[in-house]
Design a protein around this ligand. Structure first.
Ligand SMILES: CC(C)(COP(=O)(O)OP(=O)(O)OC[C@H]1O[C@@H](n2cnc3c(N)ncnc32)[C@H](O)[C@@H]1OP(=O)(O)O)[C@@H](O)C(=O)NCCC(=O)NCCS
Length: 167
């Protein structure tokens, strides 16, 4: 009998667009539900991190709006942390509450991973997760992330295993 290999979940088309002076107001208007506020910084705070670099002066952030069907539906960042060379971190990730549960989160996560992997110095992709964030945890694990056992600033550290999304 023919062996069936699991097929990746189909996702809608999304585009990552750099945040600029032309679209930053649209980005800071993005909001999650009240009970999700503890899971990720507001977009305004994430954008502030890009210039303030609270974890170290050599860190580099790049901020992206997630566009789908002609609207900005979410936000995400890639960060290179000088203390973890090789790892590209995904941060500030959110889908606006009005656009959740349409597949945009999974599609945007795959797009951010693909972008991270295109960086010449990237050998791994990581992210951190608030321990009570069960929805995001399921999403990340289903795309190939696994907990490393480390905790950073009260959040669980996850890394993409080889063979995960975008490999
Ligand atoms: C996590 C988040 C980005 C997911 O975005 P999304 O666009 O709703 O996700 P998708 O529509 O791609 O769904 C991904 C999976 O999560 C499930 N899911 C999404 N929201 C859910 C909810 N509220 N309850 C249960 N399952 C949910 C979907 O059913 C889907 O699973 P499936 O493919 O097995 O059906 C979004 O919920 C969010 O922005 N949360 C607040 C901020 C946050 O937690 N960011 C992550 C920080 S680490």
């Amino acid at each position: 009998m023919m062996e069936l290999t699991p097929r990746p979940t189909p996702v809608p088309a999304v585009e990552l667009v750099p945040i600029t002076r032309d679209n930053w107001l649209e980005a800071i208007a993005l909001k999650v539900a009240t009970d999700q506020n503890a899971f990720t910084p507001s977009v305004a705070v994430s954008l502030a991190k890009e210039s303030i670099r609270p974890d170290g002066p050599e860190d580099e952030y790049r901020s992206y709006g997630i566009r789908a069907d002609g609207a900005m539906v979410g936000f995400g960042q890639l960060c290179k942390d000088f203390r973890t060379p090789g790892t590209c971190w995904i941060g500030g990730f959110l889908i606006d509450r009005r656009f959740q549960r349409r597949g945009y989160g999974r599609a945007a996560l795959r797009a951010l991973i693909a972008l991270a992997r295109r960086e010449p110095t990237t050998t791994g992709v990581g992210l951190t997760l608030e321990p009570h964030n069960a929805v995001a945890r399921r999403l990340y694990e289903s795309e190939g992330f696994a907990a490393t056992g480390d905790v950073y600033a009260g959040e669980l550290v996850f890394e993409l295993r080889s063979g995960g999304a975008g490999s």
